[in-house]
Design a protein around this ligand. Structure first.
Ligand code: NDP
Length: 320
């Protein structure tokens, strides 16, 4: 028995700020979008506690609350939000084909990809235990909570260098753990780190355990990977900045990506190399990675999709 295939005008994949904002705009433009949340409905922000830098919340908001607000706003205009994950796609011809939960096929005139990126973690049980209670993967989001305090950061790439200098402006002292005897970051960034008085770089050193009182972080146990010597640092915050992984596995072979797997878009737009397929949020941005920039690009993706459909309609009218 053949399975009935559902057709939609606009399919949105992912439910972070980019996906929900795309949904708000697409539903208001009457594209009747269907949004699949993915396995982590609400995206990375559901893993954070306070969000103080999203405009419109003068008293701050928790990540999960904000995502709930965005979901409700998208639903208010009729977005069909479904729990499920996209397991494969076929962008070889129009309409685009998308398989959900490995069983259901949907065809779509436009696809908006907002599958985000996932922060890499060290994999320590204590890191997981104190995630959101002193452990963070985003200095710009959470640095403010450690104003005037001592913190540690692990990583030696451009992100870690940038976040360490950001933290140094807010915190009393920043310990920076570099696992080799050199940085991966660009020379200019390393120069900035080494010339910041309150950053202490500790080479050949890794994080062994996040120390805490059961509620909050109180320190970090480090280990020198040359000598095996362990040292406890007294810190209130621990930032993990060892890179992100864009969630683009299912688009390999279909969409152009950079060497680290981020989707490529035509500058100034959300258009990918495939017509009718748009990308927004962290899946195409390894640079800003903020909720508000993701939301902004979600708006752009919906407008790009709407204009693409309108242009297609005009083409049909002209050819009649
Ligand atoms: P990178 O992959 O460049 O760097 C990751 C860093 O984390 C490396 O130094 C790596 O160490 C370290 N690391 C990985 N795993 C561990 C671990 N288990 N323990 C300790 N350290 C670990 O990621 P970034 O996020 O820094 O950068 C991603 C891309 O974005 C890069 O191309 C970067 O240039 C770019 N970027 C550019 C910026 C700018 O231009 N302003 C700002 C931010 C990012 P090791 O070196 O030993 O492998």
């Amino acid at each position: 028995m053949s399975q009935e295939i559902e057709h939609v005008q606009c399919l949105i994949i992912g439910s972070g700020p980019a996906g929900y904002t795309a949904a708000i705009y697409a539903s208001r433009a009457d594209l009747k979008p269907v949004l699949y949340t993915g396995m982590e409905a609400g995206g990375q922000l559901t893993q954070t506690t306070e969000v103080d830098n999203f405009p419109g919340y003068p008293n701050g908001v928790t990540g999960p609350e904000m995502m709930e607000d965005l979901r409700k706003q998208a639903e208010r205009f009729g977005t069909d939000i479904r729990f499920g994950y996209v397991s494969s796609v076929d962008f070889s011809s129009l309409p685009h084909k998308v398989v959900v939960d490995e069983v259901k096929t949907i065809t779509a005139d436009t696809v908006i990809i907002s599958t985000g990126a996932t922060a890499k973690w060290l994999g320590l049980p204590s890191e997981q235990q104190y995630n959101g209670f002193g452990v963070s993967a985003c200095a710009v989001c959470d640095g403010f909570f450690f104003k005037g305090q001592d913190v540690a950061i692990v990583g030696a790439g451009d992100t870690a260098a940038e976040e360490a200098t950001y933290l140094a402006k807010l915190c009393k002292k920043v310990y920076m753990l570099v696992r080799r005897d050199e940085f991966r970051a660009s020379k200019a960034m390393v120069h900035r780190v080494l010339n910041t008085a309150n950053i202490e770089v500790i080479y050949n050193t890794e994080a062994k355990e996040v120390l805490g009182n059961g509620k909050n972080v109180t320190g970090l146990r480090t280990i020198n990977n040359q000598t095996g010597e362990e040292t406890d640092l007294e810190v209130e915050g621990f930032f993990v900045a060892i890179g992100h992984k864009p969630n683009t596995e299912i688009f390999k072979g279909w969409l152009e990506m950079d060497e680290t797997g981020y989707l490529k878009t035509i500058p100034g737009t959300t258009k990918t190399n495939v017509e009718g397929v748009f990308a927004c949020g962290d899946v195409q941005d390894h640079y800003y990675r903020q909720a508000v920039t993701a939301a902004g690009s979600g708006c752009m993706a919906a407008l790009d999709a709407e204009r693409y459909l309108a242009a297609k309609e005009d083409e049909v009218k002209v050819s009649i």
